[in-house]
Design a protein around this ligand. Structure first.
Ligand SMILES: [Zn+2]
Ligand SMILES: [Zn+2]
Length: 856
């Protein structure tokens, strides 16, 4: 178990050893029984708990026996001490939430169980008096396994933040160069040169040499005779083979310092790449679904190599001539794969126009080998901030990233070198075009392959436009291609700051919309650079499409979003107001995390939309956790529409995995401004594939309808369709509860319901679906229609209290551990939060809801 020292020790503190009731080392070793109620997860993590003499944030702690509170009070006596401050180092066990069967959590206090009373600490004085402090979750106390965005407002984690060297500064060769995946190895402190001389008289014996200087010094280190048929220093172009490992042996991918694999090497040549062989459903290719990741063979390895014709493979001590492999010996551990040497032009055209269109493309050969266009990555890079090409390395999880489905984005036409024989092609372009999986036989005469795609769902024609509200790091032109190829009309590329790293800031000019007609584009696919402004405790806020100067600082308050030493100079709410004053759109990204200050921004009316976020995950759908949090605001009458954004930061995330559909004003022509208007108009839905229409009494999503105090019945009319994820069920959600639920066929359905309304409410459409073999998910969700019944206001007290808890937390953070800007800024920000708190608080009292006051 570690003793933590995060730096030197301040002389202003004296550790107070506790005579606790438990010994963490003994618990971790299993020599003491775990107390009742402690979870297995906490027991498993005990080995990582700090013990012994520790330093945290420069404060010394002596961690011997600890106090584990579980059920009954634990008195602990200490030697008398005077202390103006006591610093507690404590944590708590996990306390999972209990969602309903549909995943919705209510009341919603988040996984951090914000403001929940966990314990009382009573400080006993010599004169018999006591001080009692309530210890609340996410205020003074967090869990041992901290989740992102669930920080404490008044406490900090036990290791202080610190600066770090970039990988480039730490590594040799540097980070950037390693992405070329090649080391020429032709320089260093000493270089000898190899020169091969072809003897014109091979039949004559050689008996010696004479080396004669003419000018300068020459060092001849060695001479070797060879018997090869051609220049031994010239390797041929790339070839592929398939290696079957000996039974029971697993593939070992690590390279030694000479760049060599352990299990397969080549003498007169080099292994370029060896990977476990992807196994695709080739026989059922046209019938299987888009993006489905391959299985990985445990026995077979794809080997790509470049070598002299007389080179040999070395498998341990076994030598196999490459020529024997290339001539396809029927037995043996290595078999050839047809080389990809034939240049073929691939064109993807729209059926009705015949025009080439940008698409997402995947091609593999008979043995699962990925076949990239000549100007695209052959080996994809899945890592954060290493996404410079226009690729998609689709994965099921980061742990399984070796099992990636490799794709790229092309502008409609591309040159690919293909092998003879069958190749397996996948083409897709968003949610309105039927994805294609096609098998093509490549013959010596194949020069061109044309794939036709078909637009089958007319949502764009009905005035809907799509958007990804949240993409990072791509260049604007790469974002334009990826957006067009994914059928996303608007890509919002967000500049931001990450510690000392600034990204896309040079692409921000507060003016240009790439792809617009004014900028020389077709006006159908647009990219606009905005900013994501971030604070690790208070939260993140996306500022889209604003004009004028960049809204900076883009991060505040120190790590892990901001640089060390940055004070809290601006609130999310203030950033939002600046964005509005610059005609931008304010979105709370990856809603609801971090769960903190955006509560104040929503209550204050400073938020245009909340964002459902996918990251790299195509299969988990819209999270009931995010919905639970959104429903709280709807239940309190805040009609904030939902948008979809990916937060793409690497090639593992596809632009538009989850996306926004927003309905344009029928009079308006599509451009970036009319898209902003559409989101402000709130007629939106969020989707992973299914498209929908939803009306309540003829009013579109995002409408507010007034009704007399008598109430009445409303007509709910809907329609759904999907060409990607198969649909299974449609739910009508009323005030967060499922009111109607209907099983639907996978492709298309429509219906209507009569709903009785006797009090204020909101109604939304939720579409479920799943890919074959995957669990059912929330695949699409509409923004609701809200009905205000006279005399009945939407204000759910339990939800309002949890919203107030968040605002109170944000205030506590400013008051306590948040790094202070100058006093004026601090007071200004406090006032903003106080005012939001008061607004909701007053509403509650007007409605006669009484509740515990955590703070005045
Ligand atoms: Zn963020
Ligand atoms: Zn982001």
């Amino acid at each position: 178990m570690p003793a933590i020292h995060d730096g030197p020790v301040s002389p202003h503190f004296t550790p107070l050893p506790l005579a606790g009731n438990a010994n963490l080392s003994a618990l971790a070793a299993g020599t003491a029984a775990a107390p009742a109620g402690i979870t297995a997860a906490m027991v498993a993590a005990l080995g990582h708990a700090p013990v012994g003499a520790c330093t945290s944030w420069g404060i010394p702690f002596d961690i011997g026996d600890v106090v584990i509170l579980s059920g009954k009070p634990v008195p602990v006596a200490i030697s008398p001490i005077h202390a103006p401050w006591l610093v507690f180092q404590h944590t708590s066990d996990l306390l999972p939430l209990a969602p309903r069967p549909d995943g919705i959590i209510s009341p919603m206090s988040g996984t951090g169980r914000l403001a929940e009373h966990a314990a009382d600490y009573v400080i006993c004085y010599a004169d018999g008096t006591e001080a009692r402090v309530a210890i609340r979750r996410r205020r003074q106390l967090g869990p041992f396994d901290r989740e992102w965005g669930e920080n404490c407002f008044e406490a900090v984690a036990h290791h202080k933040p610190h600066p770090a060297r970039t990988a480039g500064e730490q590594l040799q060769p540097e980070w950037g160069w390693t992405q070329s995946r090649v080391m020429p190895a032709d320089s260093g402190p000493w270089v000898n040169w190899l020169w091969a001389w072809e003897n014109p008289h091979p039949d004559r014996p050689i008996v010696g040499f004479r080396f004669e200087p003419v000018a300068g010094v020459v060092v001849v280190s060695a001479v070797t005779a060879g018997s090869v048929a051609s220049l031994p220093l010239r390797w041929r172009s790339r070839l592929k083979a398939r290696l079957t490992l000996p039974a029971g042996q697993a593939f070992r991918p690590d390279l030694d310092r000479h760049g060599l694999l352990e299990q397969i090497q080549i003498d007169l040549g080099q292994v370029i790449l060896a990977t476990p062989r992807p196994i695709y459903p080739n026989d059922a290719w046209p019938d299987t679904y888009n993006n489905q990741v391959p299985e990985l063979s445990t026995a077979e390895v794809l080997v790509e190599y470049t070598a002299h014709p007389q080179a040999c493979f070395h498998l341990g001590s076994q030598l196999i001539p490459v020529s024997a492999v290339e001539q396809a010996g029927p037995d043996g551990p290595i078999q050839p794969i047809p080389p990809a040497h034939q240049p073929v032009t691939l064109r993807v055209v729209e059926r009705n126009t015949g025009c080439p269109v940008p698409v997402k493309l995947h091609i593999h050969g008979e043995w699962g080998e990925y076949l990239a266009p000549v100007d695209r990555h052959r080996i994809l890079d899945p890592f954060w901030f290493e996404d410079y090409s226009v690729d998609l390395a689709h994965i099921l999880s980061w742990e399984e990233r070796a099992r990636a489905h490799a794709c790229t984005y092309i502008p409609g036409e591309s040159l690919v070198k293909l092998p003879r024989g069958r190749v397996y092609i996948e083409v897709a372009k968003g949610f309105e075009i039927r994805p294609v999986r096609r098998v093509v036989e490549v013959t010596p005469n194949t020069r061109e392959i044309v794939i036709e795609i078909d637009k089958v769902l007319p949502w764009r024609e009905k005035g809907w436009v799509t958007a990804d509200t949240h993409v990072h790091f791509l260049s604007p032109m790469s974002a334009l291609l990826e957006g067009a190829a994914e059928g996303v009309n608007v890509v919002n590329l967000l500049a931001s700051q990450w510690g000392e790293l600034m990204t896309n800031v040079g692409d921000f000019d507060g003016r240009t919309t790439w792809g617009s007609k004014e900028a020389g584009g077709d006006g159908e696919h647009l990219v606009r650079v905005g900013t994501e402004n971030r604070q690790h405790v208070l939260g993140h806020i996306s500022l889209l499409g604003y004009r004028g100067p960049i809204i900076a600082p883009m991060t505040t308050g120190g790590p892990d979003e901001s640089a060390l030493g940055d004070p809290i100079e601006a609130l999310l709410t203030e950033w939002a107001r600046r964005c509005h004053s610059q005609d931008g759109l304010v979105v709370v990204p990856h809603f609801p995390r971090p769960r903190a200050e955006h509560a104040a921004s929503i209550v204050g009316g400073d938020v245009d939309a909340i964002e459902m976020t996918s990251w790299e995950d195509m299969y988990s759908g819209i999270s009931p956790y995010s919905l639970s949090d959104w429903y709280r605001y709807l239940n309190c009458g805040y009609l904030v529409p939902a948008v979809g954004g990916t937060d793409k930061m690497a090639a593992v995330t596809a632009v538009g995995t989850v996306r926004t559909y927003a309905h344009l004003d029928p009079q308006a022509e599509f451009d970036y401004d009319t898209w902003k208007q559409a989101v402000r108009g709130r007629e939106t839905f969020v989707t992973y594939g299914p498209l929908l229409e939803f009306m309540v009494d003829g009013h579109p999503m995002g409408s507010r309808i007034a009704m007399s105090s008598r109430g009445g019945a409303v007509d709910v009319v809907w329609q759904v369709a999907s060409v990607t994820i198969p649909m299974s069920r449609v739910d009508l959600v009323v005030n967060g509860e499922i009111r109607e639920s209907l099983s639907v066929p996978p492709g298309t359905a429509a219906g209507h319901w009569q709903v009785k309304v006797d009090r204020s409410c909101w109604l939304a459409l939720l579409v479920r679906g799943h890919y074959a073999g995957k669990p059912e998910i929330v695949a699409a969700h509409s923004t609701p229609v809200m009905i205000d019944v006279e005399g009945s206001r939407l204000l759910a007290a339990a939800d309002a209290v949890t919203i107030l808890d968040q605002i109170e937390g944000a205030i506590a953070y400013l008051d306590t551990v948040g790094t202070r800007a100058e006093d004026r800024a601090y007071k200004r920000m406090r006032l903003v939060l106080e005012s939001a708190h008061r607004t909701l608080h007053n509403r509650m009292h007007q409605e006669g809801h009484y509740h515990d006051h955590l703070r005045p």
